[in-house]
Design a protein around this ligand. Structure first.
Ligand code: 0O2
Length: 206
């Protein structure tokens, strides 16, 4: 019998998880603001992977329909963007200290960047969703990166889409250079972090 998935039903807990996590993580930022403290979290976005992307990833990785829930761990996706590289590790510690989900995997693409030039910190969490049929656990990928890393990644992602994963060599070279420039920008900003933060604080108080 041919396998089938009712996608609307299948994706319900993922939508719920992403919505809840956005509220919770944006709440952390708000709390820093209320307590007049610097927030390591600049912005939080989230999305549920479109069905077409789930299916193409399953095909690319030779994953059967019945294995999708277990093996594709970024159907639910959260992105946390911060200003400085150190903020990434502060955020990881904040997430490790929480009790409302379990971290099941960590990938540090800062220590070891991908061959494309991609840098980010990834956490895969197991998140409990209360449904009308009882508690269901879904995997959600949390990507944590600086504004500079994010700028690079969204542009590279668009180019990958445009060229169906086969970015021409000359553009790949430019992307590598751009990744290096983003890295340098993060390094330079880290050196003047206190100055920048002080300036933002003065501006914020106005
Ligand atoms: P989308 O459209 O963002 O959902 P794989 O995807 O095969 O490399 P895996 O095991 O799924 O590996 O996990 P990994 O490496 O943590 O990558 C998952 C997600 O990280 C990707 O999802 C991207 O969002 C992001 N990512 C990883 N590598 C790169 C990269 O080189 N460039 C960019 N721009 N993003 C990357 P999807 O499913 O690829 O895409």
């Amino acid at each position: 019998m041919k396998e089938r998935i009712d996608w609307t039903t299948f994706l319900v807990p993922y939508h719920q998880a992403v919505d809840e996590l956005k509220v919770k993580l944006r709440g952390m930022r708000k709390q820093y603001e209320i307590e007049k403290q610097y927030s390591p979290i600049e912005l939080v976005t989230g999305r549920v992977k479109p069905v077409a992307s789930i299916l193409s990833k399953a095909e690319r990785k030779n994953i059967g329909l019945h294995e999708i829930k277990e093996k594709i761990q970024d159907i639910g996706g959260i992105r946390i963007v911060c200003q400085f590289v150190d903020d990434i590790y502060t955020i990881v510690d904040l997430l490790r200290a929480r009790h409302d989900f379990e971290i099941i995997e960590e990938k540090d693409y800062l220590k070891e960047k991908k061959s494309s030039g991609y840098r980010s910190y990834h956490l895969i969490i197991r998140y409990p969703v209360a449904t009308i049929h009882g508690e269901q656990f879904v995997a959600v990928e949390i990507q944590i990166r600086t504004l500079a890393m994010n700028f690079w990644a969204i542009n590279e992602h668009s180019l990958n889409y445009k060229y169906s994963g086969e970015i021409p060599k000359d553009i790949q070279m430019r992307l590598k250079k751009a990744a290096e420039a983003a890295f340098q920008l993060d390094e330079e900003m880290a050196k003047i972090r206190e100055e920048v933060q002080e300036a933002q604080w003065i501006f914020h108080k106005k």
